[in-house]
Design a protein around this ligand. Structure first.
Ligand code: ZN
Length: 136
């Protein structure tokens, strides 16, 4: 559901499903805006989000994350969900290799949510230089 601003330009939403870490929010927003041509990026956060959705940490609330993403998808018409894990994560303090496994599981979990028809789900890793690398 792409709406328009007063000048008629399309505006589109995406959804970042990410850790709460402040270091990754702007890199993710900028990467998603550029990659998918998005105007706005809604942000759904839990500590160690990749581990939360993968079921490997109980610090966060996977059900709440699902509900929050659902609002972005239904109310804002987001068709793009990016699930991420990142370097030096306090919420999911595991190796990069383990993060990549968790990100893949988290993407599968997000794809299984209700109402995801027509919504693309991508997994990414935010590295130690705070750059975004595509995982799935
Ligand atoms: Zn983190």
């Amino acid at each position: 559901m792409a709406g328009t601003e007063g000048n008629g330009a399309p505006r589109t939403f995406g959804t970042s499903v990410a850790c709460m870490d402040g270091r990754i929010q702007e890199p993710l927003r900028a990467w998603m805006a550029e990659r998918f041509g998005l105007t706005y990026v809604d942000v759904v956060t839990q500590p160690g989000m990749d581990g939360v959705l993968a079921g490997s940490t109980s610090l966060g609330d996977a059900e709440l994350a699902r509900k929050m993403a659902g609002i972005s998808i239904r109310a804002h018409g987001s068709k793009t969900v990016v699930v991420s894990g990142h370097h030096d994560c306090a919420g999911n303090p595991v190796s990069r290799e383990r993060h990549v496994e968790d990100i893949k599981k988290a993407v599968d979990a997000a794809k299984s949510w209700d109402g995801m028809d027509g919504v693309r789900v991508m997994g990414v890793w935010v590295n130690g230089d705070w750059q975004v690398e595509q995982v799935t």
